[in-house]
Design a protein around this ligand. Structure first.
Ligand code: NDP
Ligand code: MG
Ligand code: MG
Length: 333
């Protein structure tokens, strides 16, 4: 059964007298560190010098130290580095500084679930994952609200680690929105599946295929961009506010009829079969192995694919069209 924790289920006193290390002052790091501090928690930031994030941490009143020093000083150590660098940084700088009774935290279970970060004897692993980007985790907290979060504990973790996790979730504002109990396995596998099959992989491939179909049929690429890419935001905003139902209420009846009759011809039984295959690759650790090895080889496939899509017609057309729409906070990276 679904278990959700709210403010009354968590006690910040469970973090009293404990020091929390936030390793990495990026998207999640800057938000979680500041929210915890504002909640009265003793926070030390571990952030390497020489980067904008280091300067930002100082600007925000922290005195950043190395990952090793932060881990050494803390009772609760949260690794908020990009997932693909966590294994190396953990082995070199964090693990040697963990003591029995410490709690090792993360906001995504990839490394712990797939064995790239293995907590030492006597150290429980704990996941508290906000379901939103760092800037929202911060702005909602400041506004008096909170982004909902997930909580998971490693097998055999103690009751006191769970209390620390709930206190942590409260400290970042998570229990204001609600904190859903999950497992490392469930969080990791659903996160990977969602981004691969739907959010990043599925949607990008759908947009590209729709754009290409119109352009190859002789329509102007600008028209194809508007219909297959730009307007996606309007639709997604409707999903976000009121689900498929509200989207269908808002669009024309013609669009709604096209949706019911044509959509299932795009996402066919074959597509669903492929989704199951992708899920199986995640569950079996095949995707994790591929991505870990890709990183060890300095990402030859990743760089090649990134370049191919960056240079595509879709991206070129989009860049010039976005300049015509002054209200868009347009970005070029
Ligand atoms: P970011 O990419 O925003 O943060 C990166 C941080 O790691 C920066 O402080 C960066 O420092 C540091 N860093 C990068 N490479 C290295 C390195 N080789 N050695 C030491 N420090 C390094 O990460 P996120 O906040 O996006 O992600 C952190 C965790 O949170 C991940 O596990 C992610 O899955 C999870 N998460 C992220 C969400 C999001 O919306 N972003 C949502 C929920 C969970 P520098 O500036 O010096 O490079
Ligand atoms: Mg993810
Ligand atoms: Mg239309």
């Amino acid at each position: 059964a679904l278990v959700i924790y709210y403010d009354n289920d968590a006690d910040l006193a469970d973090l009293k007298g404990k020091k929390v290390a936030i390793i990495g002052y990026g998207s999640q790091g800057h938000a979680q560190a500041q929210n915890l501090r504002d909640s009265g928690v003793d926070v030390v930031v571990g952030q390497r010098p020489g980067s904008a994030n280091y300067d930002l941490a100082k600007e925000h009143g922290f005195s950043p130290v190395s990952a090793a020093e932060a881990a050494e000083a803390a009772d609760v150590v949260n690794i908020l580095l990009p997932d693909e660098v966590q294994g190396d940084v953990y082995a070199a700088h964090i693990k040697p500084n963990l003591k029995p009774g410490n709690v090792l935290m993360c906001s995504h279970g990839f490394n712990i679930h797939f064995g790239q970060v293995v907590p030492p004897e006597g150290v429980d692993a704990l996941l508290v994952a906000p379901k939103g980007p760092g800037h929202l985790v911060r702005s909602e907290y400041v506004a008096g609200g909170g982004v909902p979060a997930l909580i998971a504990l490693s097998d055999g973790a103690s009751e006191s680690s769970k209390k620390i996790g709930l206190a942590y979730a409260k400290g970042i504002g998570g229990t204001r929105g609600g904190v859903i109990e999950t497992t490392f396995r469930e969080e990791t596998e659903t996160d990977l599946f969602g981004e691969q099959a739907v959010l990043c992989g599925g949607v990008s491939a759908l947009v590209k295929a729709g754009f290409d179909t119109l352009v190859e049929a002789g329509y102007q690429p600008e028209m194809a961009y508007f219909e297959c890419m730009h307007e996606l935001k309007l639709i997604v905003d409707l999903f976000y506010q009121g689900g498929l139902n509200y989207m269908r209420y808002s669009v024309s009846n013609t669009a709604e009829f096209g949706d019911y009759t044509r959509g299932p011809r795009i996402i066919t039984e074959e597509t669903r079969k492929e989704m199951k295959k992708i899920l199986h690759e995640i569950q079996a650790g095949e995707f994790a192995r591929e991505w870990i090895l890709e990183n060890k080889a300095n990402r030859p496939v990743f760089h090649q694919m990134r370049k191919a899509d960056r240079d595509s017609k879709l991206e070129e057309v989009g860049k010039s069209l976005r300049r015509m729409m002054s209200w868009i906070d347009s970005k070029e990276v």
